[in-house]
Design a protein. Structure first.
Ligand SMILES: [Zn+2]
Length: 341
């Protein structure tokens, strides 16, 4: 096995969203802060993170192990240890939300997909809260989760949304589950983003025990002020600004594919394919659609395209349910819906 994989410094809020909000800001200081944060996001993303693949091998295995650190509004990571596995809840709600969200994500992968943590070998789940001051983002840095507090005006909280936590931790899963990881640019980057949205939404649906009909299929609902919008993205209807926010430019099908577009933009296409498959397969999305998408990860390569993902999910549906099964046909039809043959 490769000792290193393509990881990413992956933010939940794309820097272009921060720039758009800066454009709209009436207050000069606020505009300045947003542009600073957009710049930092772009800068950190430019650093290629390399996952220490051997780490899980030396660690004890088989247990859920979480640690939460407090950056105390500074930039140094991981910060001060404030909660470990089985220690008492903190008086700080943010600490407990990060701890509980990591726990729900761990439980989902363990119980539903039989995966033991991010690396499949019980890797400890580390989170840092209160990163910098009024920081409008949350990210996975290739090794741990990092949460800002939000400015309280545009962004309210990043630990309050379980799908945001699960989205970020899934970037870690992808880093290990796809042989060599998925390169965070172009179609493989949009797939990387989409896989995080898929499992982010699944963890939320599983936690709330929602069927495919009951689920809202939104990503990031509740993290921003109502004046900004309701959610970052919709898997049911990518690009529908009425149910997300005014700058949502996600295409729903290949007809709207943005050449050289941001990974958070073109991810609307594979997101909608997953939605279409889950709706066709009915019931709970984690019963069939989730396992099919999960099994497909091991069939991908670092530069996988949407067409490769369509092929991989069709193959994994055949492996799980049989060649020419109704499940395999549903998956193939879902990719046709979004224009990926
Ligand atoms: Zn992401």
């Amino acid at each position: 096995m490769n000792q290193h994989a393509h990881g990413c410094t992956c933010f939940i809020i794309p820097s272009k969203m921060l720039r758009k909000l800066a454009d709209d800001a009436t207050d000069a200081h606020e505009r300045h802060c947003l542009l600073d944060q957009a710049e930092l996001s772009a800068h950190l993303r430019g650093q290629r993170s390399v996952a220490p693949m051997m780490m899980g091998l030396v660690a004890a295995t088989g247990e859920k192990r979480r640690t939460v650190y407090d950056a105390q509004n500074k930039s140094a990571l991981p910060g001060k240890l404030v909660r470990g596995e089985d220690s008492k809840p903190s008086s700080d709600k943010t600490v407990n939300q990060a701890y509980d969200g990591a726990g729900a994500t761990y439980d989902f992968f363990r119980e539903v997909l039989k995966r033991n943590s991010i690396d499949g070998k019980g890797l400890r789940l580390d989170s840092t809260v209160h990163y910098q001051q009024k920081f409008n983002n949350a990210f996975w840095n290739g090794q741990q989760m990092v949460y800002g507090d939000g400015d309280g005006k545009l962004f309210l909280s990043f630990t309050g949304a379980i799908d945001v936590i699960a989205h970020e931790l899934t970037h870690g899963v992808t880093q290990y589950a796809v042989p060599g990881g998925l390169v965070y640019a172009d179609q493989s980057g949009a797939l990387n983003e989409s896989i995080s949205d898929v499992f982010g939404s699944l963890v939320k649906q599983w936690t709330l025990k929602q069927t495919v009909e009951q689920a809202d299929w939104l990503i990031g609902a509740g993290i921003m002020a109502p004046t900004v919008g309701k959610a970052l993205r919709s898997m049911a209807d990518p690009g529908n600004t009425k149910i997300t926010w005014s700058g949502d430019d996600q295409p729903k099908t290949m007809a709207g594919y943005v050449e050289g577009g941001d990974v958070h933009t073109n991810s609307g296409i594979p997101n909608h394919a997953f939605y279409a498959a889950a709706i066709a397969l009915k019931g709970n999305a984690w019963d069939k659609a989730g396992p099919i998408w999960y099994k497909a990860l091991s069939l991908l390569t670092p530069n996988a395209t949407f067409a490769d993902m369509a092929k991989a999910t069709s193959e994994s549906a055949a492996l799980l349910y049989g060649t020419n099964s109704a499940e395999q046909h549903a998956v193939q039809a879902a990719w046709k819906v979004v224009g990926v043959a």
